[in-house]
Design a protein around this ligand. Structure first.
Ligand SMILES: *[C@@H]1O[C@H](CO)[C@@H](O)[C@H](O)[C@H]1NC(C)=O
Ligand SMILES: *[C@@H]1O[C@H](CO)[C@@H](O)[C@H](O)[C@H]1NC(C)=O
Ligand SMILES: *[C@@H]1O[C@H](CO)[C@@H](O)[C@H](O)[C@H]1NC(C)=O
Ligand SMILES: *[C@@H]1O[C@H](CO)[C@@H](O)[C@H](O)[C@H]1NC(C)=O
Length: 213
């Protein structure tokens, strides 16, 4: 009898978890490598990222070893909850603080994203193949755009596509570790503290991806 009740409870829990699948998950704290490429095939950015999932903070620093003719050299500290970001230049210890007009966070599925499908590329019966991913889609009316995000079952964003009127991007994340290895990277550098907000010119939209346009 006890076993039967336990089994029943277990089945209910499993079913609930299954239904929850269609609620966007939130990725955990992460350290990893991110690549930003436009769909003309130009590598725009490649480097290390650090992400605080609770504080919605992202640091992305492009790695000079992978610089190409099309890439832009960036060091960005994005504070999504505060609607702010810093363009940092560690070499001459300068920085610019700017407002975000678009909250596009490449590492988080928006709460209003629509579940599209669970897909399993490759052959699941071959060891090392068959990674299962959920696909989420949505629109970004403030920039007349849309996105498709592919996220692992553990809520690690794998590949995301962003479509705008004039351009499109693909962001890929690799070598993810589930921790913040250097928390200092998420602290506003002392030379940026007290910095005045740089005014956003009329018609300009600041977002993470605008830094690569
Ligand atoms: C994620 O990192 C933040 C900042 O270091 C920390 O406050 C928080 O507890 C971490 N969350 C988890 C789940 O480890
Ligand atoms: C840049 O990439 C090279 C080669 O993979 C690596 O050795 C180096 O640590 C990276 N630098 C940073 C700052 O991540
Ligand atoms: C990159 O730029 C250099 C100097 O402007 C040029 O010589 C080279 O051909 C360019 N490479 C590519 C792949 O466009
Ligand atoms: C820092 O260097 C960048 C280019 O490397 C330059 O654009 C910027 O004006 C410099 N800032 C200061 C305060 O010198």
């Amino acid at each position: 009898m006890y076993a039967a009740v336990t089994l029943f409870l277990f089945m209910c829990l499993t079913a609930t978890t299954h239904a929850d699948h269609h609620q966007p998950c939130h990725s955990p704290n992460m350290t990893g490598t991110m690549s930003v490429m436009n769909l003309k095939g130009e590598a725009k950015g490649y480097g290390a990222f650090t992400y605080d999932s609770m504080g919605k903070k992202l640091r992305f620093i492009s790695n000079e070893s992978f610089a190409t003719n099309s890439s832009v050299d960036v060091d960005l500290l994005m504070l999504f909850d505060e609607g702010l970001f810093y363009e940092i230049d560690s070499k001459n210890q300068s920085c610019e603080k700017k407002q975000l007009q678009c909250t596009l966070n490449p590492l988080d599925i928006p709460d209003d994203a629509k579940f599209h499908a669970t897909v399993q590329p490759g052959n699941p019966s071959i060891e090392g193949e068959g990674l299962k991913v959920n696909m989420w889609t949505g629109s970004m009316p403030e920039v007349k755009g849309g996105y498709s995000m592919f996220v692992t079952m553990g809520c690690l964003p794998m590949t995301s596509f962003y479509f705008f009127e004039s351009t499109s991007f693909v962001i890929s994340n690799m070598d993810i570790e589930l921790e913040i290895k250097d928390p200092d990277l998420l602290v506003v550098p002392s030379f940026c503290v007290g910095q005045a907000l740089v005014e956003t010119p009329e018609g300009t939209i600041n977002s993470f991806l605008n830094e690569f346009m």
